[in-house]
Design a protein around this ligand. Structure first.
Ligand code: ECB
Length: 135
């Protein structure tokens, strides 16, 4: 049984977020603001539905899904694209594949040494984020 991802987590590092945003076509002014943000992740499970909130002083983004069940995702306030998304467990990692206009797009979450890890990838870019538990 993998360690639960649920809880409130604050960003401690964010490597290559700019490379990810460039690949997603985000303009330079938005990128400059976005690069300064410390994201908070709030991960909840309500019944068999996961809710992942990414919170910041600039924009918030919420996604909810059932594992192993494809869903339509609109990345509102991020790059504003539509994807067909599917989240699965691969060992102790929660893995999301986001099929759409952008190739090789998705993310992977796992807990290691009491930290929440996130890799967000698109095309040839990988952004690596680490969060510490606050609640
Ligand atoms: C919502 C806080 C960040 C706001 C940044 C604002 C503008 C940047 C625009 C586009 C960036 C595109 C994508 C990366 C954005 C956020 C980080 C990852 C969000 C993500 O994939 O979270 C997953 C896994 O936790 C759940 O949605």
């Amino acid at each position: 049984m993998p360690v639960s991802l649920c809880g409130t987590w604050d960003m401690v590092s964010n490597v290559n977020f700019d490379g990810l945003m460039i690949t997603l076509g985000i303009g330079v002014y938005t990128r400059k603001i976005a690069l300064k943000l410390k994201h908070r992740k709030v991960i909840e499970k309500v019944g068999d539905v996961y809710v992942i909130k990414t919170l910041s002083t600039f924009r918030n983004y919420t996604v909810s899904f059932r594992v192993d069940e494809e869903f339509e995702e609109f990345t509102k306030g991020l790059d504003d694209r539509h994807c067909k998304s599917l989240v699965t467990w691969q060992g102790n990692k929660l893995v999301c594949a986001q099929e759409g206009e952008k190739k090789n797009r998705g993310w992977t979450h796992w807990v290691e040494d009491d930290k929440l890890h996130l890799e967000v990838y698109c095309e040839d870019q990988v952004c690596k984020q680490v969060f510490k538990r606050v609640a």
